[in-house]
Design a protein around this ligand. Sequence first.
Ligand SMILES: Nc1ncnc2c1ncn2[C@@H]1O[C@H](COP(=O)(O)OP(=O)(O)OP(=O)(O)O)[C@@H](O)[C@H]1O
Length: 688
Amino acid sequence: MAYLDRFGRDALGLGLLVLAALSLIGMTSLSQGSLITPWGLLLKRGLGLGGYGLVLFLAYLGGWVLRGGTATAPVKLLKRILALEGALFAWMTWLSIMEGLDLERAEAGLDGGIIGWGLGTLTARVLPVPLNALLWFLLWIGLALIGLGLWKRATTAFKAWVEREWQRPTQSTALSEKPAFPPTERVSPSPSSGAEGIPVAIVSATRDPRLPPLSLLTQEETNGIDEERILAVARKIEQTLAEFGIPAQVVGYRRGPTVTQFAVEPGYIERPGPDGQPMRQKVRVSQISALSRDLALALAAERLRIEAPVPGRSYVGIEVPNTTTTPVRLRPILESEAFQRLRSPLALALGRDVSGQPVVADLERMPHLLIAGTTGSGKSVCLASLITCLVMNNTPEQLRLAIMDPKMVELARFDGLPHILGRVETEIERMLAVLRWALNEMDQRYRLFEAARARDLNAYNAKQTRKNQPGLPRIVIIIDELADLMMSAPDQTEHSLVRLAQLARATGIHLVIATQRPSTDVLTGLIKANFPARIAFAVASSVDSRVILDANGAESLLGRGDMLFLNPEVGSPIRAQGVILKDSEINRVVAYWHRLADEPEEAPWEALLQEEENEDDDLLEQAIALVRRTQRASASLLQRRLRVGYPRAARLLDELEAMGIVGPAQGGGREREVLIPPEDEDQDADTG
Ligand SMILES: Nc1ncnc2c1ncn2[C@@H]1O[C@H](COP(=O)(O)OP(=O)(O)OP(=O)(O)O)[C@@H](O)[C@H]1O
């Protein structure tokens, strides 16, 4: 099927290119033919110079289809084609109007041809010539931008320009008065990006040819630095602090994708000393951080975070949201020096910090990652970018993923990646089986290492390579919502996660777990103790922030990918804007691997589930005997006595109900009614 798809696409793309070439030959009369000549004449007469536009349009469409452009959703594709066609007509009409709507010229195949002339004449009846020309010119530009997919970028740039021009007159006078920033603290624009201090890209020359090319991913979209606004905010900060009796100076700034961090150096307050002489006393940093709400009010900022002091620096950092945010893209981070320097297959591109520098980390060293934040704060986007980052750098022989997504929609689009063991699991019971399988796999790997006298996965794989034997892949287990698992089988989940977290590192098994419920019943002390690397997205309160990071701060984040990353090797959390991928980028990467994949394999935990199903029959017998003996029926009783997890106990109860042994659920956690008599009564009845 995929082959047919590919073949059809290639045929269509080539067909469009050939049509473009034939149209060009016909219009320029380079060659004669019974079809080409009348076709060229028709184009010339009908479209005038627009005929050349049509040639370009066909060639562009052909190239686009060949490059895989049909992966775009059909409605979107149709919209873009219609817009490009509209742009072509608008251009032809504009040409005709500019040449005075001359029918003779149109018939001779000049200007916009008959069609351009016709459309122009139609609107000329109601509009004066300049307005008529302007209307078609604007239509041409607008439709071309939509057709080329540049509309959003153009409107954003236009808005930023209007904003800049609007603010200019009010600020220019004050600007010359005080250069507030020493040049050293400024983010110098890099040659590759043209803005925002993004480091020069370094592409590794040693990229494995089996890996997807980086060109599948989008380049960064950047906003220019609006220095005037930054200066105005800096002045406002100084002014507000002064109004509260705190002398302080803004000595620099660092601009990131969503926030700008202002470096504020506390000044001195003069106080009368014990001897009556004035004494200079430095402002305490806590005095500045206490004013965060007043500063937010003065700057009309939604939320404001104060880092007091910035670790390793002699100033306080006040982070003010930018008016426009820049989406952080994966590709420039993969190409950055910081990422390349990690030289790890499990290097993760997390985002950009408050100065626009890449934030990267090595999952192998973390060795597990905990992600938490309220709903809509950016967890799933973060997981999707982590998965894409991993599969951009690893073949399925090097890395396997076990993905669990009880929310069912967020990560299901990765189904079909050959890296995924089985498929993306969405049912609680199957997820518990994945964890049990991971524990088995870990034990088995330890036995293999022992036999091969290898200390860890790297040593084992090196030995296998020397013997020309295949090595073992690393395994990353990803859970998109831990709360669901913890609610239905808390003991089993906690036990498995903790054991894996403690022991799995050497075997190349790593965990990435996310939750939107940062409460202590989900992130228990034991789990937290074993997951020192954490990412906190925006949360509702400082209590939640402390549950995740053991520190305040996440409550002041702005949401939508704004995060605090706690790297155990660094100590204090780093603020960053997370990477976001377009759907089209993910689709291209999945399609790349899908094309190379063999038939999907059965999940390795399938056998485990089958075994357990057989065990269930024994359990059912035991459950009947238990209910009959105790005359009580509840999930917790079955869990305790039969030593099973909640999902199994609940399933057993359902089966007992279907067999008419217990009544329906009572609600409110009450026990069910038992419908069979105790054993002796049964016997009495038999004998009597
Ligand atoms: N890094 C980012 N950059 C820009 N926008 C982002 C980023 N991350 C998330 N967003 C925006 O926030 C929205 C919500 O993100 P996401 O679905 O990841 O939240 P979530 O925390 O997983 O929520 P839920 O728990 O309800 O699934 C996204 O649709 C996107 O528009």
